[in-house]
Design a protein around this ligand. Structure first.
Ligand code: GLP
Length: 244
């Protein structure tokens, strides 16, 4: 496990984008597992910059972690829309190379099975992750058990409260989502988890230095052989040895 602590999210984004570029350049048809949320925006800004400076992404495939259930793809808060706004409309990844779960599918179970098949066909070269304040990855919420396959999840009260900042009010936050399970995440060749801000410090410290526990889903990353935590001073502030 590598831990990199930066002064600002922008610096962290530059570093993470360099890691992604390396994978794109070293791999014939790189498959990137992508995340949404405010944390990964500095990474996408830097990838867009790299693309404008010559990075070809026409052979890249992307597989997103999750999507809300019940939001149409063109809803401002859907993860489809997030990815379009922050990355896809600015780079040359072909639309048919990008996968995001369909939270509006008539048969959600079938959609989950379809999505597992997508990941099976296109093994992830690098998985980008954010982390919830409660330690969730994707939408794998703290629980007595973690599910390995893609599944429909009922969001925790904490996640609904935390994600309400993107909606008009907490009532507008969808109660369910589709998320990749932990198996697909752990099967990625490399994992990069980004976290910024004091409100993530607890989850980060528990994930890196605590026990591996299903009620801290990101702690399962301790079992992976190639994980890089890309942090700022605030999110690293409770890590022993990094000011905590
Ligand atoms: C959401 C996403 C996660 C993301 C997390 C953190 O709930 N499903 O994939 O990592 O929240 O979001 P933010 O980066 O906005 O703090």
């Amino acid at each position: 496990m590598r831990i990199r602590v930066f002064d600002t999210p922008k610096d962290a984004g530059i570093y993470a984008a360099a890691l992604v570029e390396q994978i794109i350049l070293q791999t014939d048809h790189a498959v990137l597992g992508l995340a949404t949320g405010s944390t990964v925006i500095p990474l996408y800004e830097q990838l867009v910059r790299l693309h404008r400076n010559g990075l070809d992404m026409s052979h890249v495939r992307t597989i997103n972690l999750d999507e809300y259930v019940g939001l149409p793809a063109d809803h401002p808060q859907s993860y489809h829309n997030f990815m379009r706004t922050h990355l896809f409309q600015h780079v040359n990844i072909p639309a048919f190379h990008s996968y995001i779960p369909d939270g509006n599918a008539a048969d959600l179970e079938q959609e989950c099975a379809r999505y597992d098949e997508v990941v099976r066909k296109h093994p992830l070269d690098m998985q980008i992750l954010g982390i919830g304040v409660n330690g969730h990855i994707g939408f794998n919420e703290p629980d007595d058990l973690l599910l390995s396959k893609t599944h429909v999840v009922t969001l925790s009260e904490e996640t609904i409260r935390s994600n309400a900042r993107f909606f008009e009010c907490a009532d507008d936050v969808p109660r369910q989502a589709i998320t990749l399970g932990v198996q697909a995440i752990l099967q990625a060749k490399r994992i990069v988890l980004m976290a910024f801000g004091k409100e993530k410090a607890d989850a980060v410290a528990k994930s890196i230095q605590g026990q591996v526990r299903t009620d801290v889903p990101a702690s399962i990353l301790q079992l992976h052989r190639d994980v890089t935590f890309v942090l700022d001073m605030d999110s690293a502030s409770k890590l022993a040895g990094y000011g905590g």
